[in-house]
Design a protein around this ligand. Sequence first.
Ligand code: SF4
Length: 340
Amino acid sequence: MFVPHRIIFEKGALNYEIGKNIYDKFKNREKTEIINLTNNKIKENIPGDNIKDFYKEGKNTLVVGVKKGYKFQSCKPSAHWQLPLLSGCVGNCQYCYLNTNLGDKPFIKVNVNIDDILDRAQIYMDKRKPEVTIFEGSATSDPIPVEPYTHSLKKSIEFLARSEYGRFRFVTKFDDVDSLLDVDHRGKTEARFTINTRKVIEDYERRTGSREKRIEASVKMMESGYPVGYIIAPVFMYENWEEDYRSLLIYLSEKIPKNLTYPITFEVISHRYTTRAKNIINEIFPNNNLPMKDDDRTYKYGQFGYGKFVYPKENLAYMKEFFKTNLEEIFPNAEIKYII
Ligand code: SF4
């Protein structure tokens, strides 16, 4: 369970229930420093003279704040809107997209004014009805490690269960889902779990749930009636990767219950990186051994003017065929959403 080294309360955060609960939980804990901000200078309260140390300390810092401005960010193609419950993640995945997107804000920030956020979600739903509106709860975060402190996911799940035109989804690499099991979700929240081979998790995904724990958590969610999906990502094509990914799929198939209410879904994403991401990763994790040799990759131009280094076309075609064949064989009733 995540225990922050320091908690920074922004102005006004203690006026809300979530803020007060977090304060009460940690106020007498010697190893957690409590900082009450009188200005908005979060970063000045996080030690670290260089990006590597600042990142390390940021990942141990919980910021408790009030979400100001209620314009939601769009979240295409997986959902319509991001639900701004929190940002940042306690995990230490070396390839993580947050290193680039939130590079100067590696801390975990939770927003305490959940009722305001859900009221705003209602307005977004009303604008689209009778079309269904899907909200994503993990666009810039992994929400599970702080859920026991905030219960924000639980409240969002319950809120969207009661809504006629709303759906919710989130994705995680963690396993602390017990507080979500008894929630009245009415099948309107989809929980997705990112899984990978033992080698990838051990080499690159520090401070996340193990393969076994993530799968165990996903099974608990299924048994509680949630629709559940798996994201296999990022796929690394290292020596004998096929053997490891096939054994991951077989292991998963042995664990998931029969007669599911909802068919499971799969999304498969091969590893890719931008030059900017590579530079930041090499600063934060100078000893990383992520496969990021540009000469081994194909440069794919992106829609917004910057491109990505992806696996060469023939390797990708082989990978797609590998997953298609194996998923269809091992999970004949599953839905494969995409393999890219
Ligand atoms: Fe990033 Fe996800 Fe790893 Fe957290 S768990 S560090 S969000 S990749």
